[in-house]
Design a protein around this ligand. Structure first.
Ligand code: PLP
Length: 373
C-alpha cells in the first residue's frame, strides 16, 4: 500500500460538489473582469469575520500568511504602538515565518521554550521572560492546537503588552468556545494550499477588533494608500486576488466538516497506535481546541522510524527539522539555551492526515506497531 503524506489533487477530488462550485465561481470571476480587491474579497472578509464572531470590517484579505504578519507588525509600528528595538516574545518551536516579519522591522524576537507536552508556547515561561523592553507576544497555534492562557494573556495586556496570534495553522480551533484568531489584539491567517483551508495559490488574512489598526493594515497592503493615489504610508503590495477569495469563500463553508474529519483521523491514530517507542501527541480535554493541521508523534530514533515507514510505502514529513534559531540566516540572533526546542526538532515526525482514508490510517498504525523501535 502507498500512503501519501498529502496529495493536493485529492483535497479537491475528494469533494466533487465543492470542485464544481469552485470551477463555476472561478469562471464567473474571470468573466467579471475584476481581479483584485473586489466583491469576492469583500464576501470572504465579511464571512470570516462573522464566523469568528468579530465585528464587521475586522478582517482584511491579503496576499499570504507571512504578509499578514508583516502588515500587522508594520501597522503597529506606523501607529507608534511598537518601536524598533522592542522585544516580542515568540515560541522557539515555530515555523520561520513567525520570526521573519519581526527581524525585518528591527523588532527583537525573544525566543521562549515550548511546553514539551503540547509543543506550543509555554505561557508561564513567556510571563517570566517579560522585561521592560517586552512590548508584544506572538502566540502561534502550532500544529492546529489552540495555544492560549486567559489569565496570563490578561496579565500581559494589563502591562500594555500587545498579543498577536499566528493562526496560520489553526483556523477553526477554539479556546473556551472562542475561535483562535479572535483571542488576541490581532491575528494572521494563511491559506497556503496545504493549510486546513487552502487556496489555489497564495492567500492570507488579518483580523482585529481595533478599527485603527485594521485601517492601517488595509492601507499598508495597498501601497500605503488610504484612498486612490494618496499615500499615507510607505506601504506594500499585499493584495488578495478575486479568484482566491472566491475559492476561499466556498471552502469556508466546509470548515467544520474539515476540522471534524481531521479530529476523526487523529482519534483513530490515537486509538490504534501502540508502540512504546512512539510518543503520541496530547489529545486535549476540549476536543474542539484542536484542528490537527499536523498529527505529530515523537521518537528517539527518528531516522530509522521514517525509513521503516518509507519502506512500507508511507510518506511522512518533519515540522520542523531545523528550528529558526539554528537556520543560517539567524546565526547572529541572540537567544539563550533552547534544549527543549532542539530535542523536539530531533524527535518529531508528522504522519499523513490531510488526505488519508480510514483504511490508510489503519495500515499506517499497523506498520507503526510492527516497528521494532
Ligand atoms: C504557513 C505559516 C505561515 C506563513 O503563511 P504563508 O501563507 O505560507 O505565507 C506563518 N506562520 C505559520 C506558523 C505557518 O505555518
Amino acid at each position: 500500500m502507498k500512503v501519501d503524506f498529502l496529495d493536493l489533487k485529492k483535497v479537491w477530488l475528494q469533494n466533487e460538489e465543492l470542485c464544481r462550485k469552485v470551477v463555476e465561481r472561478t469562471v464567473s470571476t474571470i468573466h467579471s473582469g475584476r481581479f483584485l480587491l473586489g466583491p469576492n474579497v469583500k464576501e470572504l472578509e465579511t464571512k470570516i469575520a462573522a464566523i469568528h464572531a468579530m465585528p464587521p470590517g475586522s478582517a482584511v484579505g491579503v496576499s499570504n500568511g507571512l504578509d499578514a504578519l508583516r502588515l500587522i507588525f508594520k501597522a503597529l509600528m506606523e501607529l507608534g504602538r511598537l518601536r524598533s528595538g522592542d522585544e516580542i516574545i515568540v515560541p522557539a518551536n515555530t515555523y520561520i515565518a513567525s520570526l521573519l516579519p519581526l527581524t525585518e522591522m528591527g523588532l527583537k524576537p525573544r525566543l521562549v521554550e515550548p511546553d514539551p507536552q503540547t509543543m506550543n508556547l509555554d505561557w508561564n515561561k513567556a510571563l517570566n521572560a517579560v522585561n521592560p523592553s517586552t512590548k508584544g507576544v506572538l502566540a502561534v497555534h502550532l500544529y492546529g492546537n489552540a495555544c492560549w492562557n486567559d489569565r496570563i494573556a490578561s496579565q500581559l495586556r494589563k502591562r500594555g503588552i500587545i498579543i498577536v496570534e499566528d493562526n496560520a495553522q489553526a483556523i477553526g480551533a477554539t479556546h473556551n468556545g472562542k475561535l483562535t484568531g479572535s483571542l488576541g489584539d490581532a491575528s494572521a491567517f494563511s491559506f497556503y494550499p496545504t493549510k486546513n483551508i487552502g487556496a489555489l495559490g497564495d492567500a492570507g488574512l488579518t483580523m482585529s477588533r481595533d478599527p485603527e489598526l485594521t485601517s492601517a493594515i488595509r492601507a499598508l497592503a495597498n501601497y500605503g494608500s488610504d484612498r486612490r493615489y494618496h499615500n499615507i504610508y510607505q506601504g506594500y503590495n499585499c493584495r488578495m486576488d478575486e479568484i482566491q477569495a472566491g475559492v476561499l469563500s466556498l471552502k469556508l463553508d466546509n470548515l467544520d466538516s474539515e476540522s471534524s474529519r481531521r479530529r476523526r483521523i487523529a482519534n483513530l491514530y490515537d486509538k490504534l497506535i501502540d508502540n512504546s517507542a512512539i510518543k503520541k501527541p496530547l489529545i486535549y480535554d476540549d476536543l474542539l481546541s484542536q484542528v490537527w493541521h499536523q498529527y505529530v508523534v515523537r521518537t528517539k530514533r527518528r531516522d530509522a522510524f521514517v525509513e521503516w515507514l518509507a519502506s512500507h510505502g508511507i510518506s511522512t514529513d518533519i515540522h520542523y527539522a531545523v528550528p529558526p534559531h539554528l537556520q543560517p540566516c539567524y546565526s547572529q540572533l541572540e537567544h539563550g539555551p533552547l534544549p527543549i526546542t532542539e530535542l523536539l526538532a530531533d524527535e518529531v515526525v508528522s504522519l499523513p492526515i490531510a488526505t488519508v482514508t480510514k483504511g490508510e490510517v489503519e495500515y499506517v498504525a499497523r506498520v507503526i506497531n510492527s516497528w521494532p523501535g
